[in-house]
Design a protein around this ligand. Structure first.
Ligand SMILES: [Zn+2]
Length: 275
């Protein structure tokens, strides 16, 4: 299991390309009309800063507040993969997004800024659909520590700018309300990275369930790994890219009805953090 986890994480980082979730641009779903109790938009919930003001790290929700689970999809694309995209490699996965919509599964998409630039129509469609929330997975998908599965590294003095550049890319694509949540590329971080990002106000979001979908071709194995790992409050990490995670959409079609049959309810990361 540990080996599988490491392999999956390594595949994510090495592939660096795990791209993302795009969805065919279905007409953006309308946001619900504000009700009397929700007329004032509230700021997304975040965790309080850690000791000495460090960026807080969220891994999973409470185990004692009911059977909720958050599926998260990383929309990876490294800053230097434009040529591969230009030659036809697909870093998006419209079918996955369509399936989540058809099954009415709320989800959090950790998007790189580079992906939003490559697929602005899809980024906007995801970002404007109340079923989803867009969070930050860096601009470049470079690592924020050394020795992170072979990923190139962002220098310390560029870390904040890399995060902010992703938010700028989201806005330019038409994503209105990206969340103040950040997932480190490869999941790699250290004390210095947490200190450096503290001024951005983000909550770092890790996970407690690795799906193993990176470069997997056996959707049944991915589904099994998720179903074996999920607990109340879990955060599941998956990917949204045809080229580097080709089995994910099929795995989701197994995972969703099975977890619902077990009494689980799907929520976004913000709902886990807020509870
Ligand atoms: Zn990633």
């Amino acid at each position: 299991m540990i080996i599988r986890v490491r392999l999956a994480a390594a595949a994510c980082a090495l592939g660096a390309a795990l791209t993302a979730c795009g969805a065919p641009a279905a007409p953006p779903a309308a946001r619900p009309a504000p009700s009397a109790t929700s007329a004032v938009p509230s700021r997304p919930p975040t965790l309080a800063p850690g000791p000495a003001g460090l960026t807080p790290v969220f891994k999973n929700g409470s185990r004692a507040h009911g059977k909720t689970v958050a599926l998260t999809f990383d929309a990876d694309m490294t800053a230097d993969q434009g040529a591969r995209a230009a030659s036809g490699e697909r870093f998006d996965n419209p079918r996955l997004i369509a399936t989540l919509r058809a099954l009415k599964v709320p989800a959090t998409v950790f998007m790189t800024g580079r992906w939003a630039e490559q697929y602005p129509v899809q980024a906007r469609s995801i970002g404007r659909d109340p079923l989803f929330e867009v969070a930050n997975h860096s601009y470049s998908h470079y690592a924020f520590t050394g020795d992170c599965y072979g990923l190139p590294t962002v220098s310390e003095d560029r870390m904040r700018a890399d995060v902010e550049r992703a938010y700028t890319a989201f806005r330019r694509a038409g994503v209105p309300d990206a969340m103040p949540y950040f997932r480190f590329p490869g999941g790699c971080y250290d004390h210095q990275a947490l200190r450096t990002l503290s001024a951005t106000g983000v909550t770092a979001v890790q996970w407690d369930v690795v799906s193993g979908d990176a470069f997997a071709t056996d959707a049944g194995a991915v589904a099994q790994q998720v179903l074996e790992g999920v607990l109340p409050g879990s955060v599941v990490v998956m990917h949204c890219t045809r080229s580097a995670a080709p089995a994910t959409e099929r795995a989701v079609r197994t995972i969703v009805p099975e977890l619902r049959a077990r009494g689980f309810r799907f929520v976004k990361v913000s709902q886990l953090i807020g509870s």
